[in-house]
Design a protein around this ligand. Sequence first.
Ligand SMILES: [Zn+2]
Length: 118
Amino acid sequence: MVKMQCRECKNIYVRATNAPYKKLCPPCYKKRYAIPLTDSDKSLIAVNEAYKALTIKSDTLKSKYEDLIHSYEAIQHRRPDDFSLRLKTLLSLCHPDKHNNNQTATEITQWLLSNRSK
Ligand SMILES: [Zn+2]
């Protein structure tokens, strides 16, 4: 037996290894030649429909999960709302003009300025 994908409906079906000419699943073959569907054909259609529905739900869940991960990462890297205001205060407090051009004050001011736009 070989697992195949139906040319018509794209569903998976199983055919005999020695029947490579069978390119359609039994329901599609029977629909094409107006042959009545059996209960097992109807079951195969139902199983394939259920599988498709599960796949859609699974894709939706995956997409929601990825959205949550992205939001979480965004929150992790977000600065507090008062960051800019506090940075301005820090700059005014340690500005070298207020500390006789002290070397440390200059370095810290430059460091704060370099972090302002990040
Ligand atoms: Zn088919």
